[in-house]
Design a protein around this ligand. Sequence first.
Ligand code: CO8
Length: 260
Amino acid sequence: MQYENLQIALENNIAVVTISREKALNALNTQTMLELKHFFEESAHGIEGLKGVVLTGAGEKAFVAGADITEFKDLSPAEGMKFAKRGQDIFFLIERFHRPVVAAVNGFALGGGCELAMACHLRVAGEKAKFGQPEVNLGLIPGYGGTQRLIQYIGKTKATELLMTAEIIGADDAYQLGLVNYLVPSGAEVAKAVELIEKIATKAPFAISRIIETVNTYYEEGTDGFWKEADAFGECCGTDDFREGASAFLEKRKANFTGK
Ligand code: CO8
């Protein structure tokens, strides 16, 4: 697939994916959503030795200012439901991706943009980042998982307030609330995200993939997370990397993980 709205740069086996629709503050139109789907479902799996993905927005003003409002203003109820479900499924691809995905939030992360950042495993915010779910201003509610993930990250009390008031919060508040992992000077978001991925890449890749799966299980209704953890723990015991990690510890040397 030829990407129109995603710029992908691969350096040291880390993919930096920049959403590039600067004129519309990187709003997520259908084409961009399909490109994200293609990247996480197909292209990314073809990158040998991929350590992780950084998601960011083009320009200095926005990460992503939401779903593209021009595209959904005339949706019928049935179409709206389909539209939202399609977006949720694409964001699940990100949340369930086997390598770490880090949002480098460089500006407005509103509506679908905040939801996109929340679907990533970790979030780094620059000082100028702004977060919010302003859908009620449009007579809507979030449709790409915002009502669920915002509660998961910051708790029901504050999440309900932000969802109902449409208040936009700054990076400092987002950090205080636990919505983002790191707060960095503007312009340093991608570098910090890369640093995080490099740190994770020194660990056993299979174990990291099972951390992602097991953490996600916590929020899956009807799944026993403790059982999943025991199961994944057992899987890790069957890897060469487990033997290497344990031997390296006992031999007081650095582990050399191979991903097997
Ligand atoms: N969609 C489409 N275009 C947008 C969007 C958007 N979400 N955000 C900004 N733009 C466009 C503007 O229309 C403008 O275009 P133009 O220059 O052609 O007029 C350009 O980007 C620049 O924007 P502004 O002139 O408004 O810039 P300001 O600095 O004055 O304001 C804001 C910046 C505050 C970010 C403002 O643009 C804004 O409020 N944007 C909308 C934010 C918003 O409401 N986002 C939520 C959208 S709803 C959503 O995401 C739901 C997700 C689930 C969907 C489920 C589908 C059914």
